[in-house]
Design a protein around this ligand. Structure first.
Ligand code: HEC
Length: 321
């Protein structure tokens, strides 16, 4: 069988194109098969450059290995330059080469009008529902009915707790055998309430202060369970997971964060998380979870109470006040 012989010039061109195609499309396609990700892994430009330089060096060695080889390679080039392939193709290609080079230089150097990189807006309001603005934290401002229910529970020694802290309180009660479950809270307002319960004369202000202590305790527990990993024990945005994010979890002790917003806004942010933010909050997507999926409204409000308390901040007062 006669061996198909293509000239070494064509071999060089075909090899260059084949290596380029392999790096440009072959590697990403294979990477997609291997990783099964929905997108190909990109090949960095520097890698492409290195592959092409190595290929050109190899081809140079191959062509200049012998005088015949070099002759073989240059034959079509000479023929082309002498007009052996026609005068018009020669003119077209000889004009095209400087034109393409010039166009490339122009493309790389021309100044462009582009939108400047925007700063992230931490508190975007374009899709913030106005109805949230005047919301008041129900666990920080309990109604008279809530307080009365709490007093009844305290009198009957049947105070209800969220299930997340129930076990800890039960364990404590088993070990300490207290007369009243509220002895768990060794703070002044609760002690005062217990004295009043004993004497039978409870005033609303004391009961409210004690109820706030209970809500705060529950909020802190929920914070530790759900938010601490990112926002940290110290609420300074330095939890164990914090370093993993380009857009860091917010430091609540910073003056520009939860102190500058009304609590209804904080509630909305916690409720909808990163996925609820409009485009002004980009670049970088927020890793903040969408808490309406895993926490009840009451739990979210209790956490917010604890969040402000731990940070030593008070929410901004709504304009309507
Ligand atoms: C996976 C990490 C992560 C967890 C867990 C997390 N957050 Fe965040 N949080 C973030 C990041 C990142 C930001 C900053 C980006 C942004 O503004 O959304 C943020 C922002 C916030 C903000 C906005 C503050 C401001 O001033 O704009 C609030 C409020 C907040 N988090 C509350 C919470 C609460 C409450 C919890 C627990 C229920 C929680 N976060 C759990 C990552 C997290």
């Amino acid at each position: 069988m006669k061996k198909l012989k293509i000239g070494s010039f064509l071999t060089v061109v075909v090899t260059l194109l084949a290596v380029y195609a392999l790096v440009k499309w072959g590697i990403p396609a294979v990477s997609r098969e291997i990783t099964t990700l929905p997108f190909p892994l990109p090949v960095p430009g520097t890698l492409m450059f290195m592959y092409m330089v190595l290929t050109i060096i190899a081809l140079f060695l191959f062509v200049t290995f012998s005088d015949e080889g070099l002759d073989d390679f240059l034959r079509p080039v000479r023929k082309f330059l002498r007009g052996g392939y026609g005068k018009i193709p020669r003119a077209v290609i000889l004009l095209a080469i400087p034109a393409i080079a010039g166009w490339q230089v122009y493309e790389n150097t021309v100044p462009r009008v582009e939108v400047p990189a925007s700063l992230r807006i931490q508190h975007p309001s374009s899709n913030f529902p106005r109805s949230f603005e005047a919301l008041k934290n129900p666990v920080a401002n309990p109604s008279d009915a809530d307080i009365k229910t709490f007093v009844e529970q305290a009198k009957a020694n049947e105070v209800s707790f969220i299930p997340q802290v129930r076990e800890d309180i039960d364990n404590w009660a088993e070990e300490n055998d207290p007369e009243h479950v509220l002895e768990f809270f060794a703070v002044a307002p609760v002690k005062k309430l217990l004295e009043q319960v004993q004497s039978g004369k409870v005033d609303m202000a004391t009961a409210k202060a004690a109820l706030l202590e209970k809500n705060l305790f529950e909020g802190r527990a929920l914070y530790a369970m759900n938010c601490r990993a990112c926002h940290g024990d110290s609420v300074a945005g330095d939890g164990p997971m914090a370093d993993g994010f380009k857009l860091r979890p917010i430091n609540f002790t910073d003056n520009g964060t939860i102190e500058t917003i009304v609590e209804g806004y904080t509630f909305w942010r916690v409720t909808n998380g990163g996925p609820g933010l409009p485009t002004e909050a980009t670049p970088w997507d927020s890793a903040m979870p969408e808490w309406k999926l895993s926490l009840t409204e009451e739990e979210r409000w209790k956490i917010i109470l604890a969040e402000y308390n731990l940070a030593g901040k008070t929410p901004r007062i709504p304009e309507s006040h």
